[in-house]
Ligand binder design. Sequence first.
Ligand SMILES: Nc1ncnc2c1ncn2[C@@H]1O[C@H](COP(=O)(O)OP(=O)(O)OP(=O)(O)O)[C@@H](O)[C@H]1O
Ligand SMILES: [Mg+2]
Length: 239
Amino acid sequence: MIKVQGLYKSFNGQAVLNDINLYVPEGEILAILGESGSGKSVFLQHLIGLLKPDRGTIEIDGTDITKLSEEQLLKLRAKIGYLFQEGALYDFFTVYENVAFPLMEHTRMKSKEITQKVEHMLHLVGLEKAAYKYPSELSGGMKKRAALARSVILDSKFLLCDEPTSGLDPLRSRQIMDLIANLTPELKCTTIITSHDIPNSFRVADRVAIIKEGHIIAIGTREELELSRDNSIQELLKV
Ligand SMILES: Nc1ncnc2c1ncn2[C@@H]1O[C@H](COP(=O)(O)OP(=O)(O)OP(=O)(O)O)[C@@H](O)[C@H]1O
Ligand SMILES: [Mg+2]
């Protein structure tokens, strides 16, 4: 579970996260929607300790990660799959090598076990035929799927996806969101997705949170959000 209380963060005196309170139970898929610059990526970066809050607590499975040392944070990050907005594959590695890399770095698995695990993961994301291609030979959607496979290969308990559909056409957007939705029960993880893709977010998420100027102004199912009188929420639901 993820529990955030009273989270504040400012850059140069400008508040970017302004009293975020959020509880995400185990196994949930939560989507966070909000305008560009509303604080979605900054929020996700706090959940892996890449950014430190000015105030507030962030509990992950009961541990307040704002109090952890760098060494403890490294251990925590091994449990968290993080799909960066840019994807960030190693250009000089094949898809197979990209996905195998965390296993070689962080485990003592034998090469045969690594091969089996990577092949299984590439099968889950539908990239078994692209295993020996380099990132430059992949489409945008394939790159996202490869990055997703790499981000969860260490049996992540949490999956954080920052704009997984950015730059993808509607069909590929749908595919990557479906993939995240299917991987969540497969890995038994808890998932947060930030997105501008409103229809797909409502389709795959258990709940949707709306962030505005660094504050969560509403959270719930589509039906629950429809009860809101807030204009910006009503505008969003029209899409
Ligand atoms: N490291 C940083 N230093 C200073 N300001 C930052 C930093 N990171 C983000 N910001 C600012 O924080 C605000 C929120 O940025 P953030 O990247 O979280 O937006 P976002 O909701 O993810 O937007 P988008 O939908 O475009 O990805 C922006 O005004 C941005 O300029
Ligand atoms: Mg962002």
